[in-house]
Design a protein around this ligand. Structure first.
Ligand code: HPA
Ligand code: ZN
Length: 338
């Protein structure tokens, strides 16, 4: 079996479909922005910040992730954050990105949606012209907040609908089932937006069913808990519903104890439409290619596996057929057919 190398993964055409911009805030940039905005951090050094990144579950991570986002105040901050991520994409050979952002986190601190979108949008456009990276931004609703507030956000965002391609649902999953948000998804669908939602990260398979049947999402973010429901697995395979899986995230948040326990390659071998993504790369130990290499280290990834994962990332992307075809044409067909 031909194993992957870092250069091999970099050379494949790829899209990243599950990455939270706030989760790409590296401690170095956190300190720079804190200084720029005269914000006092409770950490004295970068090492101290990194030491705090020990999580026992999703909630313990989210607490520190929202704290970090506090340094983002001006449109330049959002520009710098997004550009730093896109530079990593460039280094990793990523062709297309569909990043998430959490407007409610920033609105709560008095940072307007226009301010957020101005910085993020300019960075995405610049990466397009400078590096040829195409993109579509996904606005996420925080599920730990009341659905009424999610709807208020959606109404606020509506006049700026040209700035994003779809909506997502993130934050604390347990006790916040997708069905609570179905009216927002209905409105977004009527407006022609793409629909995705986090489901089955820590939550039960019923949340994945709800996201599919009540929110009518086109992709599931995470979805690994689906493996506890055979009927659901069968449905996901038959319908080829994409799951954006995040191996490093799952291990750091103790969804699986060790990478050797991660089912990503089994899911792929079973015919599920899975891709690899970095989720919150500054918090979970690395970017997209790092995630591929961690999986390889623990589970031995063949070149065929890697090519199929890259193919799935492109077929699952919200891209026009022409760009999709252009990217798919760069896949090593001999590996895929082997
Ligand atoms: N799950 C839910 N919400 C999130 C995550 C995640 O992995 N990362 C950032 N927000
Ligand atoms: Zn996520």
């Amino acid at each position: 079996m031909a194993r992957v190398t870092r250069d091999y993964i970099k050379s494949l055409p790829k899209a990243e479909l599950h990455m939270h911009l706030e989760g790409s805030l590296e401690p170095e940039l956190m300190f720079q922005l804190a200084e720029r905005n005269k914000i006092k951090l409770r950490f004295k050094s970068i090492e101290e910040v990194k030491k705090a990144y020990k999580f026992k579950d999703l909630q313990s991570f989210l607490d520190i992730y929202y704290e970090g986002a506090n340094v983002l105040r001006r449109s330049e901050d959002f520009y710098d954050l997004t550009t730093a991520y896109l530079q990593r994409c460039m280094d990793d050979g990523i062709d297309h990105v569909e990043p998430f952002f959490d407007p409610q986190t920033h609105l709560a601190r008095g940072v307007g949606l226009e301010v957020q979108l101005e910085g993020i949008g300019a960075a995405l456009r610049d990466a397009g012209s400078r590096w040829g990276i195409s993109s579509g931004l996904i606005l996420c609703i925080l599920r730990h907040l009341p659905p009424e507030e999610g709807m208020q956000l959606y109404q606020l965002a509506r006049p700026m609908i040209g700035e994003f391609i779809g909506i997502g649902l993130d934050s604390s999953e347990l006790n916040h089932p997708p069905r609570k948000f179905s009216h927002i998804y209905e409105a977004a669908r009527a407006d022609g937006l793409k629909l995705v939602a986090h489901a089955g990260e820590e939550g039960p398979p019923t949340y994945v069913w709800e996201a599919l049947q009540m929110l009518k999402v086109q992709r599931i973010d995470h979805g690994v808990q689906a493996l506890n429901d055979n009927k659901l697995v069968e449905h996901l395979i038959n319908q080829q519903i994409p799951l954006t899986v995040c191996p490093n995230s799952n291990v750091r948040l103790k969804v699986f104890e060790k990478m050797c326990d991660h089912p990503i390659l089994q899911m792929l071998d079973q015919g599920m439409n899975v891709s690899i993504n970095s989720d919150d790369p500054a918090y979970f130990g690395g970017y997209l290619v790092d995630n591929f290499m961690e999986v390889d280290k623990a589970l031995e990834m063949s070149r065929k596996h890697a090519a199929l994962l890259a193919r799935n990332s492109i077929t699952a992307a919200f891209l026009d057929p022409q760009r999709k075809a252009q990217l798919l044409a760069r896949l090593p067909l001999e590996e895929i057919r082997s």
